[in-house]
Design a protein around this ligand. Structure first.
Ligand code: B1M
Length: 208
């Protein structure tokens, strides 16, 4: 089995104690960090499908998520660029009612690599907290909101509209599996990205 295939199996089966070493071994064997990350993202797809079909339940999903996070920790220094000129501060969080943070953490990593200072509010972030964070931090140029559940899409809308009502000139970027460009347009977001890499590109575009 290739090192990447090994990482994929370890994430799918939630072997969090073994994932970090396996990711390091894959890197040492010359595998690209992006390919390892893609394999882990694919693993979460498999985990989601197994959850949908009733083969596994919430605890197993959680264990797999922890395993993936261990792997991402190893990739982070490899994938983050060394950026000396800040483009400004970006406030990021997963919206109210939503506890999913792996995608948001990857987006954080990529936007940071693009040259932003990041303030991560975590998960289950009430709309008003995004506004407070803009006011509490210096040179905030972007608010980024992640939402992973169809049931929290209204919270995404509330976050965008609350930020826009309080801070009309603030740029807001949204994303997450159920979000589309059409939905982003509908709720008045300035930008939408489907994955972490394009979130970084879009973030730079929005503040250019
Ligand atoms: Co949840 N969960 N989950 N879950 N979970 C999903 C999302 C689900 C699709 C699984 C399924 O049914 N197949 C489903 C949602 C269905 C829907 O709404 N359509 C689901 C459900 C139903 C639930 C619960 C309701 C289950 C329950 O309790 N009965 C519950 C809700 C809890 C809550 O949030 N209130 C729940 C709980 C959990 C755990 C806590 C156990 C765990 C999360 C742990 C954690 O994040 N620390 C979990 C997990 C792990 C998943 C799956 C398996 C994996 C999510 C993930 O990390 N994916 C997921 C199934 C799946 O995704 N296929 C599932 C990998 C990650 C890299 O991708 O997050 O999509 P993603 O991020 C991508 C893009 O979306 C994008 O870039 C990222 C990187 O490329 N992106 C942005 C994300 N944010 C962005 C922001 C941007 C731009 C791009 O700009 C700001």
């Amino acid at each position: 089995m290739s090192k990447i295939a090994e990482v994929k199996v370890l994430v799918e089966t939630g072997k969090s104690k073994k994932v970090a070493a396996a990711v390091q071994e894959a890197l040492d064997a010359g595998e690209k960090a992006q390919d390892i990350l893609d394999a882990m993202i694919a693993s979460m797809g498999v985990v989601g499908d197994k959850f949908s079909s009733g083969e596994i339940f919430v605890p197993e999903m959680l264990i797999a998520a922890k395993a993936m996070s261990k792997g991402v920790e190893v990739l982070k220094p490899v994938m983050s660029g060394d950026v000396s000129n800040s483009l400004g501060t970006c406030i990021i969080g997963t919206v109210a009612g939503d506890l999913h943070d792996i995608g948001k953490n990857l987006v954080t990593m990529m936007i940071e690599s693009a040259g932003f200072d990041m303030v991560d509010l975590g998960v289950d972030v009430p709309a008003v907290r995004f506004v407070e964070a803009v006011k509490e931090n210096d040179n905030v140029v972007l608010v980024a909101c992640s939402g992973l559940l169809t049931t929290t899409m209204p919270a995404l809308k509330e976050a965008v509209q609350t930020v826009k009502a309080a801070l009309p000139d603030m740029k807001v970027l949204v994303g997450g599996a159920p979000v589309t460009q059409a939905y982003a347009d509908e709720i008045g977001a300035d930008g939408y990205a489907s994955d972490a890499g394009s979130a970084a590109v879009k973030a730079k575009e929005l503040v250019a």
